[in-house]
Each structure stands twice: as structure tokens, then as C-alpha cells.
Design a protein around this ligand. Structure first.
Ligand SMILES: Cc1ncc(COP(=O)(O)O)c(C=O)c1O
Length: 387
């Protein structure tokens, strides 16, 4: 054996993949861990979604390979979903590509646009996969800092002054994970202007637009976006379908064609039942999202209580599936998370895993029932302060 590919040295095992093994081991040993780490919705999808999957599974013709671009009805449903919810028109024949989760799409897009040595702008803090995938491909990651002082939006003046000659791709994501900063069309316009001026492909990653958000936003709502931007979206969070792996990428015809070319060499289509279920999910109206947000809003109130009890500070004006909270000055979030797990058997995510600007912060997931959050509150009341 002559060794692994050099690229494997560019990434480490995903934090959750490692840490959740430890959490699972504790649970197996009988430790009653309350997991507020990961954003995997605990509630089921809408019954109509499950019914469509079940019905489809009983037809013999459902089990063969499916097309590389998804069935036409799925692309039409995505087009309808964008028109209905974002007032954005996308052609189901040419501008929409269904994906097996948006995480996989990050790889497809990066493989389509990046060569070794190209540079990629990645938000710090941000979803770790943008940078990890770039490194796997031999591209250079240039992080752009997001800070509380600037409402977790980039400072475009500073960005403009940096050397952008080798930057080919830029990732952005609002509602922002992990901070919960809201999507904002004025900011989107600045991203688009920046991308256009500097000839950069902008990818907006948009899985949280419905979570604790009244008016979902898309980058395509701003002028000029269709020329320079792609948008990823996902049913994982908005439809409680994280394990189904259904996502989508939208954008100009020539880019979608090229991404399809790459992707068609990597998988052989999505199981028909998943596509049928996804169609139902895409047709759901406000009643579904109101129900979801009622649930998350009540949970978030309790998590705010919990965070306050822990001596943390946070911004209430936020969206998405998490509460992002700041530790008192000088505290280390990795230590804090370990102590909380040890003393209260409560697992939350240290902000450091999202980048250096996440240091001193922690992230609470809203994906657990109110009873569990109340139990966590009671545990914290019964122990010594963690700091
Ligand atoms: C910002 C962001 N983008 C993408 C994803 C991936 O979502 P999906 O389940 O569609 O792959 C996540 C999942 O946590 C995320 O937080």
C-alpha cells in the first residue's frame, strides 16, 4: 500500500462525526445526555410527504435508476416553490437541478468551478464544508470575517482592498449559520455587486429561509443575481427531511449544465419515492411553516432562558435553527462545552468549529422538545456555575 492521497491530509474528520461518537458512548454507558448539538429536525415531515413515499415504494417501476436531473415533476415543483414563496421564476427545464442534499451540492459546485490553486472566499464563522471541500480539491481558502459588530455581514470595503485576482468562488449564507443573522436584500445586492465587479461566482446557501422567518428571501430577488449567482436550497430543515437528502441548486442554464455534467459522474439519480415525497413537501403552504415556527419559537424562548441562566448573552433578532450565544469575556468555548457535558450532561456546539470568529461563542440547536429543554434548565439550576 503506497499511502493515502495527499488530499486526505487537508481535512480532519468532521467535528460532529467525532464528538457524536463520544456522546453516543456516554449514552450507552447510561449517562442521560441531552443533545443540543446538531440541527437535525426531530419532528416528522408532513403526513402527505410520508404517504407519497409509501405509495411510490409499492409500485414495481419505482425501484430502477432515475434520471440525473430528477423527474420533470420534481423540477416543476421546485419552480413552483420558488415562485410561490420567493416570487422568483426559474425554468424547470434548464435552471434547476435537484440534489441529494445541499451538502453534496457544495462538492459538485466546487468541482465544477475550482482548479488547484484557485482561491475561494468562505465566511468565518460559517458552515465548515465550504472550506473543507475547497481544500480537498487543492484550492486555497480565503476566509472573510463576520463579526457581531457588523451584524455578521461582511465588510465589503475591506474585501475590495484585498487581492482578489485568484478568487473564483465565494460562499455566503443568510439566514446565517451559526449566528442566525437574517437575510437582507440590501446586503444581497452588495454581494451581487461585489461578485459582478470582481468576476466571482457567488453561491448563496439558503437552507434556513423558512425557519423563524416570516418572509423567506432568495438571492435571486435582487437585480443582477441571475448573471453571477447560484443558490442552494434544501428540504432538510424547512420540511423536517434531513435524512432524506433532498436539496437543489438553481442558476443560469450554462452553469447548471456544467454542474450536471460533473454530478452525473458521481451518482445515478435519486430514489423515486424520495422525489415523490419531496414534491409534496414543496407544495406545502403557510400553514405548515406557521406550525413549524410556532414550535421553534416556543423552544427558542426556553433556550434563551437556559442561555441566560448559563451567563451567556445573545441577540434576539435572529432566524434559523439555532441560538448563538456569547460566553463571558475570556472564556474558552471548547472548555465550556466539555465542562457542560461533564457536569450537566448537556451537549452544545463550540463556536470555534465554525472558524476563528466563532471563538468565545456556543451554538444551541432548537431540534429537541420543550420537555428536554426544561430538563436542561433544571439541571443547570442544580449545579455550580460552569465558568
Ligand atoms: C449552512 C448549511 N448549509 C448546508 C447544510 C447541509 O444541508 P443538507 O442537509 O441539505 O445537506 C447545512 C446543514 O446543517 C447547513 O447548516
Amino acid at each position: 500500500m503506497k499511502g493515502f492521497a495527499k488530499r486526505t491530509a487537508e481535512v480532519s474528520e468532521y467535528y460532529f462525526s467525532k464528538k457524536l461518537k463520544e456522546v453516543r458512548r456516554l449514552i450507552e454507558e447510561g449517562v442521560p445526555v441531552i443533545n443540543m448539538g446538531i440541527g437535525s429536525p426531530d419532528l416528522p415531515p408532513h403526513p402527505a410527504v410520508i404517504k407519497a413515499l409509501q405509495q411510490s415504494a409499492s409500485f414495481p417501476e419505482s425501484h430502477g435508476y432515475q434520471g440525473y436531473q430528477g423527474i420533470p415533476e420534481l423540477r416543476q415543483a421546485i419552480s413552483f416553490f420558488y415562485k410561490q414563496n420567493y416570487a422568483v421564476l426559474k425554468d424547470p427545464q434548464t435552471e434547476i437541478l435537484p440534489l441529494m442534499g445541499s451538502k453534496e451540492g457544495i462538492m459538485h459546485i466546487s468541482m465544477t468551478f475550482l482548479d488547484a490553486g484557485d482561491e475561494v472566499l468562505v465566511p468565518d464563522p460559517g458552515y465548515p464544508t465550504y472550506g473543507a471541500v475547497a481544500r480537498l480539491l487543492g484550492a486555497e481558502v480565503k476566509t472573510y470575517p463576520l463579526t457581531a459588530a457588523n451584524k455578521w455581514y461582511p465588510d465589503f470595503d475591506v474585501l475590495e482592498k484585498s487581492d482578489l485576482s485568484k478568487v473564483k468562488l465565494m460562499w455566503c449564507n443568510y439566514p446565517h449559520m451559526p449566528s442566525g443573522a437574517k437575510a437582507d436584500t440590501v446586503i444581497f445586492q452588495k454581494f451581487i455587486n461585489f461578485a459582478k465587479k470582481n468576476q466571482i461566482v457567488l453561491v448563496h446557501d439558503n437552507p434556513y429561509s423558512f425557519v423563524l422567518e416570516r418572509e423567506p428571501k432568495s438571492i435571486f430577488q435582487v437585480e443582477g443575481a441571475s448573471e453571477v449567482a447560484l443558490e442552494l436550497n434544501s428540504l432538510s430543515k424547512s420540511s423536517n427531511m434531513a435524512g432524506w437528502r433532498v436539496g437543489m441548486v438553481m442558476g443560469r442554464k450554462d452553469w447548471i449544465q456544467e454542474i450536471t455534467k460533473v454530478k452525473s459522474n458521481m451518482d445515478s439519480g435519486m430514489f423515486l419515492g424520495l422525489q415523490k415525497g419531496a414534491i409534496e413537501a414543496l407544495m406545502l403552504g403557510n400553514e405548515w411553516y406557521d406550525f413549524l415556527n410556532g414550535t421553534y419559537s416556543a423552544r427558542r424562548d426556553l433556550i434563551w432562558d437556559l442561555a441566560t441562566l448559563l451567563g451567556l448573552s445573545f441577540e434576539k433578532e435572529s432566524s434559523g435553527l439555532f441560538v448563538w450565544a456569547k460566553l463571558p469575556e475570556g472564556s474558552n468555548s471548547l472548555n465550556f462545552v466539555d465542562k457542560l457535558l461533564e457536569k450537566a450532561h448537556l451537549f452544545i456546539t463550540p463556536g470555534d468549529i465554525f472558524g476563528s470568529q466563532g471563538s468565545g461563542y456556543v451554538r444551541f440547536s432548537l431540534c429537541l422538545p420543550e420537555e428536554k429543554i426544561l430538563e436542561a434548565i433544571n439541571r443547570i439550576k442544580s449545579i455550580e456555575p460552569i465558568h
